[in-house]
Write a new protein. Structure first.
Length: 78
């Protein structure tokens, strides 16, 4: 299992993810480019944006599998 997830065309190490927004971004600004996207907060205040709820849900699933040690490539011996 990889320790990376693809979020907004970036390979992000899972261990850097601090939290993932449950609701899509809405600020009401006319020129907002992140409307409807999901904020993924990384350590040290960095942010990447999941483009839709499918991308957000895939990230959450991968994080749960990574934390529990499950995955298709789970090998007990190195």
């Amino acid at each position: 299992m990889s320790v990376f997830a693809v979020i907004d065309d970036k390979h992000v190490p899972l261990y850097r993810v601090m939290w993932v927004s449950a609701l899509p971004h809405f600020c009401g600004e006319d020129d907002c480019e992140r409307e409807g996207q999901y904020e993924v907060r990384l350590e040290q205040g960095e942010i990447v944006w999941a483009k839709d709820h499918e991308e957000r849900d895939r990230l959450l699933t991968v994080m749960e599998q990574w934390q529990s040690g499950l995955g298709p490539d789970d090998e007990s011996e190195w």
